[in-house]
Design a protein around this ligand. Structure first.
Ligand code: ATP
Ligand code: MG
Length: 370
């Protein structure tokens, strides 16, 4: 059985690493010959809109999925004529535009920060007026890791912001003074005639971002049963509305005992990497099991986990491995500032145990910081 994966980044690489023990094979398509998955699976190196490459991709795979959401929608649509692609295309259509995504949340009764779209410098002026300051201005499409965003703490000239963000459609959001950021990773199976789809949730995850990039994820987050229930209800509304299949992550802001949805990822997600060591079944394996129509694996946590992203520089490998409970995952990428090169998950029986090891890891990753 061969899975076709659109995109060959680290998420694809970890999908393949989760699928190999299950006897699955993989074919990837990615424009870069150095895509992180190339060390672990077969790749078609081609643009996502190369018709001949897409034909080869479709004929070599039994089932398809994506690990990257900025795939041309036309590509996914044309592939669905030849192979089944999951999650449903509708999830990608919602996700690829931040305004569509926020409107979708609102329609489902999921609270979000006040927002307004802006398709021109004049509209931006009006949107800034209506949302007020501080706010975050984001490009509607193609943003990731905080790219294509500007935080405006005080009034600024709309024309200058319009130029700065590349003169493309924008969304203005109120900047939320959140207490913390959380995410919920959910997985939904296929179900069948008379059999409801399985719907499972990993425990809530607490995330810390710096400069728009995820730095650390802790799981299980310390959270009240009410908060957990609210986050699950939000994710469930999305899963059911889309008749979703696969893993989905929802990023949240916590303000007091309220949750606001920031964005969703209709795929495996960076804040779920800890599940490789820290849960009964990883988000990657469950994404595969869901697509294949297999029973899902338990999403229960195994002890405590802290995931630390390796951004920009590679650490001393042996020093990292000497930290108790540390598991190193390198993505095979060339080091560049701001680039996610790998992650470390510290896994332990108790929070104290993880904390002690995290201090040691902190010294290794940032010797000047201590
Ligand atoms: P990623 O791909 O890393 O998830 P992204 O580029 O898609 O990020 P967002 O998730 O929208 O962008 O924003 C990145 C981070 O910026 C958020 O996790 C949060 O820390 C901050 N941020 C974004 N929007 C807001 C907001 N409205 N109020 C407060 N902080 C925000
Ligand atoms: Mg985000």
């Amino acid at each position: 059985m061969t899975l076709g994966v659109l995109g060959g980044g680290q998420l694809g690489r970890m999908l393949a690493l989760a699928g190999h023990p299950l006897g699955l094979s993989f074919t990837f398509i990615d424009p870069s010959p150095e895509a992180p998955m190339s060390a672990v699976a077969r790749a078609i190196t081609a643009a996502f809109d190369d018709p001949e490459a897409l034909r080869r991709f479709a004929s070599s795979a039994t089932l398809g999925t994506w690990e990257f959401e900025n795939i041309p929608i036309q590509t996914v649509r044309s592939l669905t004529r030849d192979i089944e692609i999951y999650p449903p295309l509708a999830a990608l259509e919602v996700k690829r535009d931040r305004h569509t995504e926020k409107s979708f949340f609102r329609e489902l009764g999921i609270p979000v920060a006040p927002f307004a779209p802006a398709g021109s410098s004049e509209e931006l002026e009006a949107a800034l007026q209506s949302i007020g300051f501080p706010c975050v201005v984001k490009t509607r499409r193609h943003g990731y890791d905080g790219k294509g965003q500007a935080v405006l703490d005080t009034p600024r000239d709309a024309g200058a912001v319009w130029d700065l963000l590349g003169r493309e459609p924008l969304i203005v959001e109120r900047k939320i003074p959140f207490d913390r950021e959380l995410s919920i990773v959910a997985v939904r199976g296929r179900g069948g005639p008379g059999v409801p789809a399985e719907e499972l949730f990993y425990p809530l995850i607490e995330n810390r971002h710096e400069a728009g990039i995820l730095r650390t994820s802790r799981a299980p987050a310390v959270a009240s049963p009410e908060l957990t229930a609210t986050s699950r209800d939000m994710a469930l509304r999305i899963l059911r509305k889309l008749d979703y299949v696969g893993t989905l992550a929802l990023e949240l802001f916590q303000v007091g005992d309220q949750l606001l949805a920031n964005e969703m990822a209709p795929r495996v997600h960076n804040s779920g990497h800890w599940t490789i060591e820290g849960a009964d079944t990883s988000q990657f394996e469950n994404h595969l099991r869901a697509g294949l129509g297999w029973r899902l694996g338990s999403t229960g946590p195994v002890g405590e986990s802290l995931m630390v992203n390796l951004i920009g520089t590679l650490p001393d490998r042996e020093a990292v491995l000497a930290c108790p409970g540390a598991h190193l995952h390198l993505y095979g990428k060339e080091a560049k500032p701001g680039r996610k090169l790998g992650h470390v998950t510290i896994h332990g029986r108790s929070r104290d145990e993880v904390e002690r090891s995290a201090i040691e890891l902190g010294r290794i990753l940032d010797p000047q910081g201590c």
